[in-house]
Design a protein around this ligand. Structure first.
Ligand code: SAM
Length: 328
């Protein structure tokens, strides 16, 4: 069994990028009345105590969510994400961080369905308990399977309403994950060609990581690839210097929103002068069911987004505000 525990990383820069995009896609799906399914192949524990020992030990949230909460003029994509986080922290201090299952459930309507996979028995049990007790999720709407999400996902596709999002978010602790992601996406698209598939990937100095992204970009589908580097790769080759989201059949609104959000995120989450973002789009853009019109050129620059709105007060959410003692 692997040792990865998402609680150490909850609310870090990678979670900010991943979850802001997830919330935007769910928002988009909510525009139509037809129900949809969300399938989360690597669900994690669901809800994380930012004032708990694990998050406190790593301190990663201070370089992620805390910076975002303290920054002015967030673009729309980030504002929506922040609102979702605030809903889990009504007392105004960000002590709880919702992972992808809780963020998804929070956005979904009663007729939408959430199907979760988590292989780690302890994480899976915490997830199950959190969903039933804290989120009051019904078994009809939400099901947790304690099994391999790469394999389990296949039997759920296509989802009965033929609308849905599949989030593939492995820890990549196992190098095989890089290959499994590609296979899962191929299998998934065979069964559910019009589905929105969202793959999180790490920016690390590992050849498999680079190869996976290049292979994904060669797939003849409509995709959008957004990545954010927050610092220079470390000299020992260890650690995460950024992350990316590869989205197949993206909502047509997502590219525009990311064009506004990524420069802002680059500025706010930069740890050194190597921070940058990248946003690329498949040549096939617009041909997929949910794709936007027009292929795009890669955009990489350090400019701040144009945003005419007044600075948003960060009242009650300042990262400088001390978190309350651990609820654990
Ligand atoms: N998606 C979560 C979120 O955004 O809040 C975070 C998930 S975390 C990066 C990856 C999780 O996948 C870990 O909890 C790990 O135990 C679990 N895991 C690892 N291999 C798995 C597999 N083959 N199938 C399902 N879960 C797996």
């Amino acid at each position: 069994m692997f040792s990865y525990r998402h609680a150490f990383h909850a609310g870090n820069h990678a979670d900010v990028l991943k979850h802001a995009i997830l919330v935007q896609i769910l928002d988009y799906l909510n525009h139509k009345d037809t129900p949809y399914w969300v399938i989360d192949t690597h669900a994690g524990a669901g809800l994380y105590a930012l004032d708990g020992d694990w998050a406190g030990q790593s301190g990663e949230v201070t370089e992620g969510l805390d910076r975002v909460l303290g920054a002015a003029q967030p673009p729309a994509l980030i504002e929506r994400y922040v609102r979702a986080i605030q809903d889990f922290n009504p007392d105004g201090v960000a002590n709880l961080y919702p992972g992808s299952p809780c963020l998804a459930l929070h956005a979904m309507r009663p007729d939408d369905r959430l199907r979760l996979f988590e292989l780690h028995p302890t994480e899976g049990q915490v997830l199950e308990d959190t969903l039933r007790q804290q989120m009051r999720a019904s078994r009809r709407q939400v099901a947790v399977a304690f099994e391999d999400g790469f394999a389990g996902m296949k039997r759920l596709l296509p989802p009965p309403p033929r609308r849905g999002l599949v989030l593939i978010d492995p820890s990549y602790e196992n190098k095989q994950d890089y290959r499994s992601v590609q296979q899962a996406l191929r299998d998934g698209l065979q069964r559910f060609a019009q589905g929105c598939f969202v793959i999180w990937y790490p920016l690390v100095q590992r050849v498999q990581a680079h190869e996976m992204v290049r292979a994904l970009e060669r797939m003849p589908v409509d995709w959008l690839n957004a990545s954010l580097t927050v610092c220079k790769p470390s000299s020992d080759g260890l650690g995460l210097h950024g992350s990316g989201m590869f989205i197949v059949n993206p909502p047509w609104t997502l590219e525009t929103e990311l064009r506004a959000a990524l420069p802002w995120l680059q500025t706010v989450l930069a740890q050194d002068d190597q921070a940058r973002f990248n946003l690329t789009r498949s040549a096939k853009a617009g041909q997929g069911q949910a794709g936007a019109a027009g292929a795009q050129a890669p955009a990489t620059d350090g400019s701040r987004p144009r945003n005419d709105r007044p600075a948003r007060p960060a009242a009650g959410r300042s990262p400088h505000q001390k978190r309350s003692p651990s609820r654990k």
